[in-house]
Design a binder for this molecule. Structure first.
Ligand code: UDP
Ligand code: GLC
Length: 408
């Protein structure tokens, strides 16, 4: 679990800035309205779960019920669920904004609900894209500052042109701050037309307990095979590139692989494609599809190498940091934030995206000379511990929230 940001860190700042009076006459801690459109836990929601830790007593407005609602309730947040639960899955990232027309009634109702909730708070914090689009108008209507935690790379690989334009224009008009997890995401926001002065980079942070047992006992406990074993831990989605790893495996006899994760946002046909591909390459007995797991750190410690094969730019990639903390060598594609996180190749191997041949070569080099990479893996763990902890992220985000409310 993550360390709780001490309440004192915030209360020290309480007398500063715009104040809602507390009974003691001192300024009260601002009340934040956290808004999220999905109840499913992918990286952005895991970040939100950890980010709210210092904000017990604040409110979360969620478009749908689910694991996130449960997690935030557990963190002491008051949960308000949209009257008509919907994750707005019909609104796709690459679709024209006109596809929202049939949903206008529902979107309008959501905005009104967010505005009502926002009126009782000092600042609105929208997590991800859809939550931001609806919160922008709501926050404006009730005169509350708006923070957008943008977890995406706003480029043509991930979003249609009209959506990119809509998002940056709305951000330029209405956001007090746009928080992104990496320089790569910051650059993409600015290239899409976003105002540079709005952007703050707050790298994701997480804590992870390392199991003291050796990989061999973990494997036995987890029912995993002996021998060279590689793992991929991204959710199942075409841009996460699991197919490239399967193609690489086809050229590496004797190497097995675990594919961990599930298609969380409707990518079922890609999940089926991966199984078909494994069968077509004659790899069904060497690739284990483990589905969605809640013991990722332990599984990571049990493999010889973690591969992060995203084919489109990765905004951050918590799994990279998790692998570094687990003390396992990492091979990642050189796109998006990977090079920032791995400090070039100082703490991991970078390969070009969509190149099974290069991935296979990197795997064979690493697995053939494990001792040569031990010091690098230690450096990776030290880097993750010093730069990507949860407490640092919570402090950075709290500073930005207080700044948006005008208290610094
Ligand atoms: N994850 C998990 N179970 C799984 C697969 C992934 O808990 O079966 C977690 C993983 O440990 C990581 C997160 O999901 O913390 C994925 O975050 P990341 O930033 O890597 O990518 P995203 O899916 O958000 O694009
Ligand atoms: C998104 C991105 C991922 C990032 C996560 C948290 O889901 O795809 O790269 O780590 O958000 O910021």
């Amino acid at each position: 679990m993550t360390e709780v940001l001490p309440d004192e860190a915030l209360s020290e700042r309480e007398p500063i800035g715009r104040a809602r009076s507390a009974p003691s006459g001192r300024a009260a801690r601002p009340r934040v309205l956290f808004v999220s459109h999905t109840g499913t836990m992918s990286g952005a929601e895991l970040v939100l779960r950890d980010a709210v830790q210092p904000w017990t007593g604040s409110t979360a407005f969620l478009f749908e019920d689910g694991t996130l609602a449960e997690a935030l309730r557990g963190q002491g947040l008051e949960i308000r669920l949209a009257h008509r639960r919907t994750a707005l899955t019909a609104l796709r990232r690459d679709a024209s904004p006109l596809s929202a027309l049939p949903l206008l009634g529902r979107l309008g109702a959501l905005m009104v609900e967010i505005a009502r909730a926002a009126r009782r708070c000092d600042v609105v914090y929208a997590n991800s894209q859809k939550a931001f689009l609806l919160s922008a108008l709501a926050a404006r209507a009730v005169g509350r500052p708006l923070i957008w935690h943008l977890h995406d790379i706003l480029d043509s690989a991930h979003f249609g042109r009209a959506q990119r334009i809509l998002q940056v224009r709305l951000a330029n008009l209405s956001a007090a701050r746009v928080i992104v997890p990496s320089e790569a995401a910051a650059r993409a926001f600015v290239s899409a037309g976003g105002r540079r002065s709005l952007v703050r980079v707050v790298p994701n942070g997480l804590d992870l307990e390392r199991d003291p047992r050796p990989a061999a006992s973990l494997r036995a406990e987890l029912g995993l095979p002996a021998g060279p074993l590689v793992g991929v831990f991204s959710r199942i989605a075409p841009w996460k590139g699991q197919d490239v790893l399967i193609d690489a495996l086809a050229t590496l006899p004797g190497l097995r692989c675990i594919v961990v994760g599930a298609p969380l946002f409707g990518e079922d046909s890609y999940a089926a494609h991966l199984r078909d591909l494994a069968a077509a390459r004659g790899l069904s007995d060497r690739i284990l599809f483990l589905g969605q797991r809640d013991d990722v750190p332990r599984l990571m410690q049990a493999v010889d190498v973690v591969v992060h094969p995203s084919v489109d730019p990765e905004p951050f990639g918590r799994t990279l940091v998790e692998a570094m903390l687990a003390g396992v060598p990492v091979i990642a594609t050189d796109t998006g934030a990977s090079a920032e996180i791995l400090d070039g190749e100082a703490t991991g191997t970078l390969v070009p995206p969509r190149r099974p041949d290069r991935l296979a070569a990197a795997l064979s080099e690493l697995l053939g000379n494990p001792d040569a990479y031990a010091a690098r893996t230690d450096r990776a763990r030290a880097r993750a511990l010093s730069r990507y902890g949860a407490s640092r992220m919570q402090h950075d985000l709290a500073d930005l929230i207080l700044e948006a409310v005008g208290r610094t």
